[in-house]
Design a protein. Structure first.
Length: 127
């Protein structure tokens, strides 16, 4: 079965790449539009510069960067608080933040209680 062609607000990714930044901003949801109208931070400018230069290894702490059409097809390693997680940028990610795709918290996996954790665990033999 053929995959349905992706469109963002009625435009294909190729059409989106041809738009100027101000035209693209006008198509964004309110929160992203407001953020982009304020301008990019210094860290976001550095990230955009490395994206436009075509760097192979892009690492960033900038989790609040909004994914733009020019980022499609590259892999950006985003910091999770512990390590850099590779995020391949796809068409349907346009308009989302980089941080949405890299979780900062792990699922808590509890095991058996330690010795002295509860009154009953104090009597368990240590092997």
């Amino acid at each position: 079965m053929a995959r349905k062609e992706f469109r963002y607000r009625g435009k294909t990714p190729e059409e989106l790449k041809k738009l100027s930044l101000s035209e693209f901003i006008s198509m964004m949801p309110a929160r992203q539009r407001r953020s982009l109208k304020r301008g990019f931070t210094e860290q976001q400018k550095i990230l955009l510069k490395s994206v436009r230069s075509g760097d192979k290894e892009i690492k960033t702490h900038c989790r609040n960067m909004i994914i733009l059409p020019e980022m499609i097809g590259i892999v950006i390693r985003v910091y999770s608080g512990k390590e850099f997680i590779p995020v391949p940028i796809e068409e349907d990610m346009i308009g989302h933040y980089l941080g949405e795709f890299v979780l900062t918290r792990k699922k808590v996996a509890h095991s058996a209680p330690g010795i002295g954790a509860t009154k009953s665990s104090a009597s368990i033999s240590v092997k």
